[in-house]
Design a binder for this molecule. Structure first.
Ligand code: SF4
Length: 734
């Protein structure tokens, strides 16, 4: 007789008849999972699977990765360049040579009429690193505009800025293996199970083997907060106050690591003077965490043999984003928790290759973490590219969030958007719409012709996506991993690498430079430029990267020649005393006064509006909104609202409501949940014409990253539920 489980039919996974599996790195988030894509005897893509021998994911994938192979047949792909004279006309198909000639001649016209910086370029965190490098070469060495940035300003700029201010360079110093060593983990505004599911699995596995305290700082009771030992439901935008209060307790009770501070840091006196103003009693009134809990957390963190902090958008997307990162670094520096096993400041990045753009795209500087402000860096790159160093600007230009206002004021006339969708991703959608309409010339280069921003373009360039091309990504823990080509791109679309090379041919001045015709050629240039620097990749090559399932930088030519195994290359940065990237080798302890400048709830707009991600969707749903197996979990926009608030308003579960801010309104379905407090609502950021119609997006003064998570809204009841449902259904992509 069969009982219980034995009685059930076993789960059967359909045999997709894959004959060949091709290695790649997942093209969604920055966890960097190794994935294999199966093709059948006819060469048709039929399945995805995790790679067992890969250290990052050890065979696992999240829901996005499991269905990633379905991307290749998703709707809305572009297959021909499209052109039109004005955005009020329809597009017509064109060929690549005519598209490239038109684009180059429009850029030349705009620059000759209005100046070199009147044409701007905004790229992404989605391209392969060799593509970023080539785009940087074209933009910095040929086009010459200084208004060149990536959409990573919307997600990672505060982490970059905070690392630079504290440590002298960008580059996360820790790795996932730190979960296996740490004695305390504090997660700041990071909901790992939904945002970075496989990192969450690594963390959870470590906690199951060896329990250690998990402290989560988040205004919402996120999935990670539900797993925490201590959840600090902080008042939005006040992280710096909590950080200062924690340091107050640590310094007041003598829990700091004096030996580490002396060997590695400068600025303790100034930091001490500032944190004196944040005793737990005063701080509690601002940040909403009671004083006993502040003391308790400070003691747990400081007394742990090693402690680490991770963070994501809850810190970065704030008017104090860069300061929040510096605050985390301060906390780890005074407790001796940078550069050791289980002790680190690890920013969990967003897009699959946000790190690749930071390292090699030249967006905010020059390749390999070089600075435009540094004469030697300009000279070195000028010589390597055969460009007069005087052609390079001497300081970085506008960030994406400043480029858009500069279009508004007429300073910028032309824009090239590459794999980014500001109509959905930028705060204040209505303002963004008017800004794009003002442009003389807009080029959208994207895998999808139906991406919202294409409505405002004069020229659309169809690009290959992810594993339709070859090259590398860098993940959150500095691991360089490879994407091999699985299948051809549709129609006449080209890889971004080939598009940049084609354009280079039509610009005068590019003849003196070399543009390698294969990604490996660009990778060799990057290797040469990386030698002896922090992000040294000179010991790597594409085949070795695949063999090792990714290699963390730094991995030097010397290590490679000695036959050292790549994983020994660069698990952690700053492991030796006094080796930080500031000129004196010391990390900076930086005082952080709190400035209260957010939009906050009031009588008219009584709710905090919080925004964030869902596990089944990626960014603006350009991809996941097209796949039934991901879109089905949340096909329409919704809003989390506390049941007590809903009761006061007379809103029932599943009813549509109108959410209104000072910028605009959005129709969303109410989901009643205790995950949000009574004075807060949460709306996922993935949907077009939704939450970013409401957000204000004040900018961080250092990083220029917008504060998406601190706006104020009110909720209105909708009488006509049927009309609202119809509107919502129209927003489904699939
Ligand atoms: Fe891809 Fe990120 Fe999911 Fe891994 S966790 S499968 S990298 S989306």
């Amino acid at each position: 007789m069969l009982f219980g489980r034995d009685k059930k039919n076993p789960i059967k996974i359909a045999d997709k008849k894959a004959e060949k599996w091709t290695y790649a790195t997942c093209g969604y988030c920055s966890v960097g999972c190794s994935i294999e894509i199966g093709t059948n005897a006819e060469g048709k893509v039929v399945g995805s699977r995790g790679v067992g021998g890969a250290d990052v994911n050890r065979g696992k994938l999240c829901v996005k990765g499991i269905f990633e192979h379905e991307l290749f047949e998703s709707s809305g792909r572009g297959d021909k360049p499209l052109i039109r004279e004005s955005i009020h006309q329809g597009y017509r198909e064109t060929n690549w040579d005519d598209a490239a000639k038109t684009m180059v001649s429009e850029i030349n016209r705009i620059q000759e009429t209005y100046g070199r910086d009147s044409f701007a370029v905004v790229s992404t965190g989605q391209l392969l690193t060799e593509e970023f490098y080539t785009l940087g070469k074209l933009t910095r060495g040929v086009i010459g505009t200084n208004n060149y940035d990536g959409n990573t300003t919307l997600c990672m700029a505060s982490a970059v800025s905070g690392y630079k201010r504290s440590f002298g360079s960008d580059g996360p110093p820790g790795c996932y293996e730190d979960f296996e060593h740490t004695e305390c983990l504090m997660a700041w505004g990071s909901n790992l199970p939904e945002q970075h599911p496989i990192i969450y699995w690594r963390l959870q596995e470590s906690r199951e083997k060896r329990d250690f305290p998990l402290i989560v700082v988040d205004p919402r009771v996120t999935m990670l907060a539900q797993k925490a030992d201590i959840h600090l439901a902080i008042t939005p935008g006040t992280d710096v106050v909590l950080q200062n209060a924690l340091m107050y307790v640590i310094l007041d009770e003598g829990l700091e690591d004096r030996e580490y501070i002396e060997a590695n840091t400068v600025g303790l006196e100034q930091l001490e003077a500032e944190v004196q103003k944040y005793d737990p009693t005063s701080a509690a009134a601002i940040c909403g965490i009671d004083e006993d809990t502040i003391r308790n957390v400070a003691r747990i963190y400081a007394k742990a043999g090693s402690a680490m902090s991770i963070w994501t958008m809850g810190i970065n997307q704030s008017t104090h984003g860069s300061d929040g990162v510096v605050g985390i670094n301060n906390l780890n520096l005074i407790t001796g928790n940078v550069g050791k096993e289980g002790g680190t400041s690890l920013s969990i990045t967003g897009q699959c290759n946000a790190m690749g753009t930071r390292e090699w795209s030249s967006c905010s500087g020059l390749p390999g973490y070089r600075y435009l402000e540094n004469e030697q860096d300009r000279k070195d790159i000028g010589e390597f590219w055969n460009v007069d160093p005087e052609f390079f600007p001497k300081k970085r230009g506008l960030a994406q969030t400043d480029i858009f206002p500069a279009i508004e004021t007429g300073q910028i006339k032309g824009l090239w958007l590459i794999a980014t969708n500001p109509m959905t991703s930028m705060p204040n959608t209505e303002r963004t719409r008017k800004i794009l309409e003002k442009l003389d010339f807009l080029v959208v280069q994207d895998s999808y012709a139906d991406v919202e921003t294409t409505q405002y373009a004069n020229l659309y360039l169809p690009a290959a996506t992810w594993a339709e091309k070859e090259g590398v990504f860098t993940n959150t823990e500095r691991r360089v991993n490879i994407v091999r080509k699985v299948t051809d791109a549709p129609g006449d679309s080209k890889s971004d690498f080939d598009i940049f090379n084609l354009l280079a041919k039509y610009f005068s001045g590019s003849e003196k430079m070399t543009f390698p015709d294969k990604p490996e050629g660009a990778f060799e240039e990057m290797k040469a430029l990386s030698k002896g620097r922090l992000a040294d990749i000179s010991g790597m090559n594409h085949d070795l990267i695949e063999k090792q399932r990714g290699i963390q930088w730094p991995y030097t030519e010397e290590q490679s020649n000695k036959g050292e195994l790549p994983p020994s290359g660069g698990k952690r940065l700053y492991t030796e005393p006094g080796t930080f990237s500031h000129a004196d080798g010391m990390a900076k302890l930086i005082p952080l006064p709190f400035i209260d400048n957010n939009e906050v709830p009031d009588d008219k707009f009584p709710f905090w509006l919080n925004t964030g991600r869902l596990v089944e969707h990626f960014h603006t749903r350009t991809k996941t909104g097209k796949l039934g197996n991901t879109n089905k979990y949340s096909p329409i926009p919704f809003m989390e609202i506390n049941p007590d608030a809903a009761k006061d308003l007379g809103v029932d579960q599943g009813e549509y409501v109108r959410c209104v801010s000072r910028r605009g309104d959005a129709i969303v379905m109410a989901m009643l949940t205790q995950r949000v407090p009574k004075n807060m609502v949460f709306i996922p950021f993935h949907y077009f014409d939704c939450v970013n119609r409401l957000t204000l997006g004040l900018l961080d003064p250092h990083s220029r990253q917008p504060a998406y998570k601190q706006s104020a809204v009110t909720i209105e009841i909708l009488e006509d539920q049927q009309a609202a449902a119809q509107l919502s259904m129209e927003m489904r992509r699939f």
